[in-house]
Design a protein around this ligand. Structure first.
Ligand SMILES: Cc1cc2nc3c(=O)[nH]c(=O)nc-3n(C[C@H](O)[C@H](O)[C@H](O)COP(=O)(O)OP(=O)(O)OC[C@H]3O[C@@H](n4cnc5c(N)ncnc54)[C@H](O)[C@@H]3O)c2cc1C
Ligand code: FES
Ligand code: FES
Length: 1367
């Protein structure tokens, strides 16, 4: 590096305030700067790799080239602070707050219940805000597009879209485009589809009673018994958007930007950032520093430096150089400067497509199609076209288009300019090109297409939105004038080799040929051999990738055929058959629609009594404004240290040595902590089979061996990477299969047997045997694990701020590790950014380490895991293998069932036995099976310990039941819904674990769902659709669920509460449950408010802590509202009892009067409450007792459409009917149902953890692990709460709702399977087939067997080493 030439001042604005930074480190991101330096913690860190949008901010700059102020979103986690010179940043804090006024973008998401845990909320608010700044009257489509780069794990997205729909100019109350068919607002009549609600004619009224506006025709409509409402919020309360009120762009920046810029240099500890202003300067710099990186968007380099641990000592930022930003229309095409962002490329292409004749823009349209699914807007707004080309990624989306179109690249260096064509010689190896180190890519010319030239681009990814390609391509053909004879053809693929490639051999053979069936066959044959992949190829999915190359070509073939016939060209081939046409259609979104129906509170309920009303989550407004404090937002303590874990890179090995000496030379290093520093016991874990730090042996990749402490997070990260560990590897057990072979099981093997299985089989007409595998699932709470430990300096006291669902175990395990009694440790939990079971026990592995480190150093110590660390070490949902044998009658009645369930428990017991118990207790799902024999075995493997996850084994248990149930229906040749209904329990039936079903509302849910979804009529339409479409198929399925409520460990069914009333009448409530977004605190305030008869505004919950309510059960098993609600109720009753004489002596007095009198009469105004669920407990040995207090029920009907050629699917419609008892809060309950359902869509159709055969997790972030995004929810999403079903077993007749709805998403899986059946039928296959979960595009495509899949046969298992294994 050059000697210290730095010293320039970086000048930018944040929320209107000028920041002048003299000492900036180029390695610092905007996010770190905002959070650490400016204390603006509203912007969140969810992933650090541009994949979640939690860090979204608005960037505004004056563009001197266009003389315009531009606003765009960006991911602060990737945005280098040095790129901010003369730029204005707006964060969530800058647009509004609860102290003065919320911005409408904040207010509407909060009031429409679009914020649960709130960790994603600031990012979503900023995406919406930026859209409104650019377009105060957006279309609904613009709104949906604006969220392509934002993820939310809690809400299921529907409420966010619905709240923000109120900004859309083209939407009415229930989601159908205004002036579309039959909108109630446009005065047109309901037509074919039943009106604006898209046929939701089964709910009351045309739009399902969506009374968003006071004018809805359904407001107040009454039925016989109860009032039904769909008004979860009232949009007439919303403040109007007033664009004139927005802060102005700092005038100083405008004047500065107009001035001549000077070269800037910023130098940090390891990296120098140089920002030249002219092309000459840039060329000279690149000649001086040939290995320097050119950074525009930093969306590649940022990832390489953070996740791949690469260091680039010199960075050159060319973003302000005019020539690199220029766009020129030439005779042959459009030349785009290499620093032009993808967003601006999109604008240029769009304009060209609008202005030029269509034959000239075939290639531009293909670029637009690729950009449509390229990352999210935050990335597209900053990433440059040059960056995409020069990264030379084999899965780049643009390079296949540029290569197939023969785009020209202009390179410049000190030697001068040269132009090269992007052809087969351009990429020389993995991420390598012919561009020399001292050369710069100046521009790229994308050519116009010619007459007779056709171009298509296709991409298939795991998720449609914001995902990198599995296979991507650009396909071009040019015909001889006026004919269908091929003159030139170029087929370029990404994802099939270490570089983007051209199928040269295939293309050569096709030249001179006519575009007909024979060409298609030959092309596919040639492609299947040319686009071959080794069965061990990195990335896996080998058969799928190979098939995709053919599928894409087939789509191209049909598209071109259609275009040829439209152009009037004489062809020798048959026209495209009508049932093939849908294969050529590009994905299009339908306008979203939904209805949420719930029972209104009884007439006469006092207005201030909020129980049963859709009260907004009490923290929602603070979450939307960024004021809500999460663990890592707590201000820093003096001399606080940051901790980074050092974890094993081997799945099973002896530790030979640990060497931290190199780490010591990293600036800011303080110390290394390991097993020898544990003052108490190093043994920990639910089953005492874990260690705080691994000592001699590691048993999984990610096993914690030690930790580094340093002054900052950056330093501790660097130092941790410098710790060297030597291992002696031992053979690992990774998969369930290997564990079965080696009999590696945890000891407690459970069985539930009922009736006489053998006799049941003998009496059966048919017997079927089968197997199903269900993959695991990562929790992907938006806030990763976080702990801040603050030693108190005396008697071993320590305060732990933890993001945990389990304050009790966090306290107990930390005390145990520190060797102090629990009474010295206080665990405090304000809120979590999501938990879903992932913070029930696994949070303790970090907390104990941080506590030991704080003890050793005497300083406050903080650690928030990076996303990749969190995904690596903290385990997830258990993968399951289910083997079944089922006996049944000809009519589908099941007589006998034998199942073996195996789960992958990982390297420690943790909660695996509880999870397996619940799986066995749910093996019946909702069906009465007279004879059952079942066994549940937890496999011990060398994976990180798997743990609780919403549903806790229930979904796995039920999914296997639905698998054999659908096989039974198929074998009997009967409609699955008939067979399912035939087997459903009845009121008073006894389950296989001998619990009697009382208050069995499932059959009501079933009938309601069947009718409200219009199941039978739609089934006919689907059949018709499938007849008319060979390559797109639709499917539908209706699935019930019955979910047992209670912890299956009886003593956990207890809860406590503490209630203080202060002399001003305000109430401070604490209870044992933690708030992770599920609205528990809101519900508890509602309960206390009704019990005490005081308004909710008088009651406050500050946090959950072990020094207020001791020995709390984890917030889990869906029972938290039940048990804590009763404890709160009991505490209220104690206070009320004490107040009774005072109230009697002053009956007309107010609450405040009574409290004042009580205080002055020395009556205690503090009370505890306690509750335990009575009579629960089950004995597996004897199959007796009662595992559950009661059951929650629900039914869902889902319809999907699959693309048989690519495996893509879209969720068309879901209708859910759910029994939640008498809802405490319908908005929260519906939010839980929708959120759980969408999480389940992830589980059963998308989310796939991929491990190497050695047990190394590949999927360590949102880049590779895809959770559902906005575009994945059902286009039409209707949820209805069953009416008149009070539950006598829980507080105020409510029911548990957190986990039960998750399984309903199995309806999507079985709808997909239904659609695949139809595709297979067209290939002559009618037998039952195996579909494992999740039903990813790969599995869907491979199951849709056809001529293309047959041309890409699988390699023989055992003859190769796969890249990844099914664990
Ligand atoms: C969340 C996320 C999603 C993504 N999704 C996609 C996707 O869907 N499809 C896809 O194809 N890619 C995707 N990417 C990859 C990436 O966004 C693109 O490759 C992007 O275009 C890179 O541009 P950049 O300006 O950010 O590059 P930078 O990180 O700034 O630079 C990348 C590389 O290009 C070199 N370089 C840049 N400009 C020049 C130049 N003018 N001359 C010479 N060398 C140069 C740099 O030296 C560096 O090596 C994604 C990335 C992220 C983080
Ligand atoms: S934290 Fe930046 S995108 Fe996830
Ligand atoms: S509310 Fe969106 S992640 Fe929790």
């Amino acid at each position: 590096m050059a000697p210290n030439e730095a010293g320039d001042e970086l000048v930018f604005f944040v929320n209107g305030k000028k920041v002048v930074e003299k000492d900036v480190d180029p390695e610092t991101t905007l996010l770190t700067y905002l959070r650490r330096k400016l204390g603006l913690c509203g912007t969140k860190l969810g992933c650090g790799e541009g994949g979640c949008g939690a860090c979204t901010v608005m960037i505004s700059k004056y563009d001197p080239f266009r003389k315009k102020i531009l606003h765009h979103t960006a991911n602060a986690c990737l945005f280098p602070v040095c790129a901010l010179h003369h730029v204005a940043v707006t964060t969530v804090e800058g647009i509004g707050n609860t102290k003065s006024r919320l911005h409408p973008a904040q207010e509407r998401i909060a009031k429409s219940h679009g914020s649960q845990c709130g960790f994603c909320t600031p990012g979503i608010v900023m995406s919406m805000y930026t859209l409104l700044r650019n377009n105060p009257e957006p279309r609904m489509e613009d709104i949906e597009d604006a969220f392509q780069g934002n993820l939310c794990r809690c809400t299921g997205y529907r409420p966010i879209l619905e709240g923000y729909r109120t900004f859309a100019k083209d939407m009415n109350c229930c989601g159908r485009v205004a002036n579309g068919t039959g909108c109630c607002r446009s005065g047109k009549e309901n037509t074919t589809n039943g009106g604006c609600c898209g046929g939701k004619a089964n709910g009351p009224g045309c739009c399902g009673g969506k009374a968003n506006g006071p004018g809805c025709c359904m407001n107040g409509k009454e039925d016989n018994v109860t009032m039904t409402s769909s008004s979860l919020f009232n949009s007439s309360e919303f403040q109007p958007l007033d664009p004139t009120q927005e802060p102005i762009f700092p005038p100083e920046l405008m004047t500065q930007s107009n001035k001549q810029q000077k070269q800037m240099r910023f130098k940090g500890e390891r990296v120098m950032w140089i920002q030249p202003t002219t092309l000459n300067e840039l060329v000279a710099l690149k000649s001086q520093y040939p290995n320097a990186k050119l950074v525009v968007g930093n969306t590649e380099v940022g990832i390489e430096m953070r996740l791949k641990n690469l260091l680039y000592p010199v960075i050159i930022a060319p973003a302000w150089i005019p020539e690199m930003n220029a766009v020129q229309h030439t005779e042959t095409g459009i030349t785009i400067g290499a620093a032009c962002t993808l967003k601006s490329v999109e604008e240029v292409m769009r304009k060209a497509v609008a202005d030029l004749p269509p034959y000239k823009t075939e290639i531009f349209q293909a670029v637009l199609e690729q950009l449509r699914w390229f990352a999210g807007p935050q990335i597209r707004n900053v990433a440059a076209i040059g960056g995409n080309i020069m990264t030379a990624s084999p899965i780049s989306d643009l390079n296949p288009v540029l290569m197939a179109s023969g785009s020209k690249l202009t390179l410049v260096s000190k030697e001068g300019k040269r132009t090269v064509t992007m052809d087969e010689k351009f990429f020389t190896g993995y991420r390598k090109t012919i561009v020399k180190p001292e050369e710069i890519l100046l521009s790229v010319e994308i050519p116009y297409s010619k007459k007779g030239e056709y171009f298509s681009a296709f991409k298939q990814a795991s998720r449609r939105e914001d995902d990198i390609a599995i296979v991507t391509c650009g396909l071009r053909v040019l015909f001889q004038d006026g004919t269908s004879r091929v003159e030139e053809i170029k087929l370029s693929y990404g994802g099939m080799a270490p570089t983007t490639v051209l199928a040269l051999k295939t293309c050569k053979e096709l030249i001179g040929r006519d575009w007909n069936e024979k060409l298609l066959q030959d092309a596919c044959r040639l492609l299947s051999s040319e686009m071959d992949l080794s069965p061990s190829a990195p990335g896996g999915m080998v058969d799928f990738r190979r098939t995709l190359t053919l599928s894409f070509f087939f789509k191209f073939y049909l598209t071109v055929l259609q275009k040829l016939s439209k152009s009037g060209t004489k062809t020798m081939c048959e026209p495209v058959p009508s049932n093939y046409i849908s294969a050529t259609e590009l994905f299009h979104k339908d306008p979203i629609a939904n209805a949420q129906l719930f029972q209104e509170v009884p007439k006469g309920q006092a207005v201030e009594d909020m129980v049963g009303r859709p009260l907004v989550h009490v923290s929602a407004a603070k979450q939307a404004s960024g004021e809500a404090v999460y663990c890592d937002d707590i201000p820093h303590h003096e001399n606080e240290l940051y901790l980074t874990l050092v974890t094993s890179t081997k799945a099973h090995a002896k530790i030979l040595s640990v060497d931290a000496s190199e780490a010591q030379s990293v600036p800011g290093f303080v110390c290394f902590v390991s097993a020898k520093d544990v003052p108490g016991s190093n043994v920990t874990g639910i089953a005492n089979d874990e260690t705080v730090f691994a000592k001699d042996v590691v048993t999984c990749v990610g096993h914690i061996i030690g930790a580094v402490l340093a002054d900052t997070q950056e330093h501790s990260r660097r130092a941790a990477k410098a710790v060297k560990i030597k291992y002696e590897e031992l053979p690992p057990i990774v998969t369930i299969q290997e564990a079965i072979e080696k009999k590696s099981f945890f000891k407690d093997i459970k069985r539930i047997n009922k009736g006489d299985v053998k006799k049941g089989f003998e009496e059966s007409d048919h017997i079927l045997e089968g197997e199903m595998y269900l993959g695991g699932q990562e929790h992907f709470y938006l806030e990763t694990h976080c702990t801040l430990a603050v030693p108190k300096g005396e008697d071993g006291e320590m305060e732990l701020f933890v993001s945990t669902q389990n304050p009790m175990k966090s306290q107990e395990f930390a005390a145990n590790a520190l060797g102090v009694p629990s009474n010295r440790i206080v665990v405090r939990v304000k809120r979590m950014g999501g938990g879903f079971g992932g913070k029930e026990t696994r949070s303790t592995i970090l907390t104990s380490v941080v506590a030991v480190a704080a003890f050793k150093t005497g300083h406050a110590v903080r650690c928030m895991l990076d996303r990749d660390e969190d995904m690596l070490i903290s385990g997830g949902r258990h993968p399951f293998l289910g083997r079944y044998k089922v006996g049944f009658m000809k009519n589908g009645k099941v007589k006998s069932l034998e199942v073996q369930y195996y789960s992958n428990g990982g390297n420690s017991v943790d909660l695996s036995h509880g999870v397996m118990d619940r799986a066995l207790l749910h093996l019946d799902n909702s069906y009465n099976i007279p004879n059952v024999s079942s066994v549940g075995i937890v496999c011990k493997t060398n994976l990180p310990s798997n743990t609780a996850f919403r549903g806790f084994g229930g979904p796995q248990g039920m999914m296997i039941a639905e698998c054999w149930m659908s096989d039974v229906a198929r074998k009997c040749g009967l409609p699955p819904e008939e067979v399912r209904k035939l087997n459903l329990y009845h009121e008073g039936d006894t389950t296989h674990f001998n619990q009697k079903l009382e208050g069995f509302t499932l059959r009501r849910c079933w009938d309601e769902c069947l009718s409200s979804s219009g199941y039978h009529a739609r089934k006919k339409l689907i059949e018709e659709f499938n007849k008319q479409n060979r390559w797109k198929k639709r499917g539908m399925s209706i699935i019930p669920t019955k979910f047992g409520i209670s912890f299956t460990v009886p003593f956990l069914n207890q809860a406590g509460a503490l209630l203080h009333v202060y002399t001003d009448g305000s109430v401070l409530l604490t209870h044992g449950g933690t708030e992770m977004g599920q609205g528990l605190h809101t519900k508890m305030i509602q309960v206390a408010s009704r019990a005490l008869g005081v308004p909710t505004s008088k009651i406050y919950i500050s946090e959950t802590s072990t020094n207020t309510v001791p020995n709390t059960s984890p917030t889990a098993a869906s029972v938290s509202a039940d048990i804590n609600g009763m404890a709160v109720y009991n505490a209220c009753q104690t206070i009320l009892k004490r107040l009774e004489p005072i109230k009697q002596s002053n009956p007309k007095g107010s609450w405040e009067d009574w409290i004042k009198t009580a205080y002055e009469s020395c009556v205690s105004l503090s009370a505890t409450g306690f509750y335990r669920i009575p009579e629960v407990g089950y004995d597996f040995e004897k199959n007796e007792g009662k595992p559950f207090s009661y059951f929650s029920y629900g039914v869902a009907c889902s319809e999907v459409e699959i693309d048989c050629l690519t495996g893509d699917h879209k969720n068309i419609r879901t209708d859910i009917v759910m029994d939640v008892g008498t809802s405490l809060n319908p908005a929260i309950d519906i939010g839980q149902i929708e959120g759980a359902f969408v999480q389940g869509i992830g589980l059963f159709t998308m989310e796939e953890l991929r491990y190497s055969p050695e047990g190394n997790l590949y999927t360590r972030g949102p880049g590779m692990y895809k959770i559902p995004a906005f575009g994945d929810i059902p286009t039409e999403f209707n949820v209805s709460l069953l009416r008149d079903c009070p539950n006598s077993k829980a507080v105020y007749s409510s029911k548990a709702v957190g986990e039960p709805p998750l399984f309903l998403s199995a309806s999507v899986f079985y709808a997909i399977k239904d659609a695949i059946y139809s595709a297979r039928k067209d290939s002559g296959l009618t037998e039952a087939f195996r579909l494992d979960s999740p039903a990813t595009p790969e599995r869907i495509r491979n199951a849709c067997v056809d001529i293309f899949t047959k041309m890409c046969p699988s390699a023989e298992p055992g003859t190769f080493k796969p890249w990844c294994v099914r664990v």
